[in-house]
Write a protein that binds this ligand. Structure first.
Ligand code: G3P
Length: 219
């Protein structure tokens, strides 16, 4: 069970990685655009935050497999932690197959159906990213898609890991893991909220106050 952070903000990623609870990071062109920095620098900085070979997804863009592979070459040279993220299209899967055969870590993104997840597995993807929140936005259960992919992958001994993406809230994290996601990639706001429970706050307040009372009695 792994938790990835879905962010290109190096300060925010740094703080989350420092908790020791984050196993990897995913980025995408929209997240990169938000930061407005050179994506290669962002990827390198994030990779260097881990003291081991983590998985840091850098997404390629292009019309053809060749264009995607050229861009992938640039990213691969940056750091051994780089995972190449590719779109679930015929050209994206062609590029994925080639990279997978060369032993490069790959993440096939924009997955919205079981049949697409089957193709990603056939292309040798290390990870497939079903978009939970965006499916929910379209009145289809994202969690049920994770369950369905997990059932098929388990039944057929598929090695591709299910990386639940487009996660919008804490509840979805628990549900995705419960139905078979190997990894959830989550925005920093959702990660921070995972700690929270009103009963934890209430219980802690009571423990602290009782401890202080005891100290007073003992002094
Ligand atoms: O990185 C892909 C994914 O997590 C995007 O999420 O919230 O833009 O649908 P969202």
């Amino acid at each position: 069970m792994k938790l990835f952070l879905d962010s290109s903000n190096t300060e925010v990623v740094h703080d989350a990685v420092a908790t020791g609870l984050i196993d990897g990071v995913t980025t995408n062109p929209s997240l990169m655009m938000k930061e407005g920095k050179d994506p290669r620098d962002v990827i390198l900085q994030i990779c260097n935050m881990f003291g081991w070979t983590a998985s840091v997804s850098a997404e390629v863009v292009g019309e053809t497999a060749e264009e995607m592979l050229n861009m992938a070459d640039d990213y691969i040279d940056i750091h051994p932690s780089v995972t190449i993220k590719l779109p679930l299209t015929p050209e994206g899967l062609k590029a994925c197959k080639e990279l997978s055969e060369d032993g490069i870590s790959t993440n096939v993104t924009l997955c919205f159906s079981v049949s697409q997840a089957i193709l990603a597995a056939k292309a040798g993807a290390t990870y497939v990213s079903p978009f939970v929140g965006r499916l929910n936005d379209n009145s289809v259960s994202g969690v049920e898609l994770i369950r369905a992919i997990s059932d098929v992958y388990r039944r057929h001994d598929v090695n591709t890991e299910i990386l639940a993406a487009s996660i919008r809230d804490v509840h979805q994290v628990g549900r995705c893991f419960a139905v078979g996601a190997n990894i959830c990639t989550i925005p920093p706001t959702v990660f921070n909220k995972m700690y929270n429970h009103v009963l934890t706050d209430k219980g802690l307040e009571q423990f602290n106050s009782d401890w202080a009372t005891l100290q007073d009695k003992l002094s």
